[in-house]
Design a protein around this ligand. Structure first.
Ligand code: CO
Length: 130
């Protein structure tokens, strides 16, 4: 009787500790993704960051299709300054980008967004948001 009771008590304590350990593990936050808005494709929303380079007085790619919620990041690789400026409206309105500087914009609404460089109006491109 005494031996059995001790065995059951010890087994119960071990079971309790084991269950407590499991409960603690399941309370840990998920490790995937992050919450600072810089997801690069594996986040829960599926939103992506798409890179456009500005080089030799041209945007590349000059025509780009993205999904609503995606972010486009332009980086100027030229010594000359450039901008990312909407042809009409104010969706895109970057500051002047010097060499190595970037401008990012997240598109929320579907549509075609034509833009140009305010310094060199012949530089033209577009982003289509679907
Ligand atoms: Co330019």
């Amino acid at each position: 009787m005494g031996k059995n009771f001790r065995f059951i008590a010890i087994a119960g304590i071990i079971l309790f500790i084991a269950l407590s350990g499991c409960a603690q593990q399941t309370q840990q936050p998920p490790q995937s993704g992050n919450n600072d808005g810089t997801q690069t494709g594996n986040g829960e929303t599926g939103a992506k960051i798409i890179e456009v380079t500005i080089k030799d007085f041209a945007y590349s790619p000059s025509q780009l299709a993205v999904n609503a919620g995606d972010t486009v990041k332009w980086t100027n690789l030229d010594s000359a300054p450039h901008t990312v400026t909407s042809d009409s409206g104010s969706e895109l309105d970057s500051d002047q980008l010097n060499k190595g500087q970037s401008f990012s914009h997240t598109f929320a609404v579907a549509g075609t967004y034509d833009y140009h460089c305010a310094v060199h109006p012949s530089m033209k491109a577009s982003v289509t948001v679907q």
